[in-house]
Design a protein around this ligand. Sequence first.
Ligand SMILES: C[S@@+](CC[C@H](N)C(=O)[O-])C[C@H]1O[C@@H](n2cnc3c(N)ncnc32)[C@H](O)[C@@H]1O
Length: 249
Amino acid sequence: MLERKSVYRLLDFGAGIGRLATELAKESPWRLGANLDVHCWEPDPTRRGEMSRVLIDLGVKVTVIEDLSQVEAQSFDFSVLANVLHELPVPIAAEAISQAASLTRPTGEVAIVELCPLLKAEKFAVPYPEAIMKELLSSCNFAARSHSFSILGASAYAVLARRLHPDAGLSAEYVAERIQKTWARLLDDALSSYTSFQSLSGYHDFSVCLQDLTTIASITAHLLGRWPMPSDTAKDSKATPIDLKPPGC
Ligand SMILES: C[S@@+](CC[C@H](N)C(=O)[O-])C[C@H]1O[C@@H](n2cnc3c(N)ncnc32)[C@H](O)[C@@H]1O
């Protein structure tokens, strides 16, 4: 439980066009159980501009952060990464988790919201099952619990994570090592699932295989330095491919 405050500061990290803020604005503080002061960070400047326009048009009062480096450390009660991590290669996902953790106060929570399997086709994506996301966060020294519900055969889940050693810092390198191990396992699981099919009978088998293939292709592309694309890597020097060894190697 978070300590009782009159207003909770929430950071939507990777806010897209502000879907979370829009939905939260529809709820009363009574329904939410708190007054929220919502701040949205979206790194893509085009989307960020669109978000600002959409939120103004809808009359939703939030702060759109223009420069994350100007935001005070440990200044949020909650940071939410909704539908973000499955889209990110290892070093970028690690940086996002580490940044969100450093912007959240020591007794606050980082919430990871994801779908697994994904509901729509995505070219590069590594979906994380709920249990594996919880294990990943535990391995990064968070205490983690989760809530989930089923939607169209997928699990929509939120893992709520609180730092166990908030004073120790959480480096992106440390998180990257943990994600790297998690990816080795996800690759192994996807290969095992894919090869377990003798033939595909029906849509369900097809969609499972497609998800497996997306995971296999995305992790392999990352290993071979093709995701992020070299043109993206030039824009972001942190996005260098890393060595990923399968389990047991
Ligand atoms: C699928 S959208 C989800 C948007 C929003 N959270 C939602 O649920 O509607 C993923 C978002 O993550 C953003 N993103 C990409 N890289 C990011 C990073 N390193 N840190 C934070 N967000 C990132 C993308 O620009 C995109 O807007």
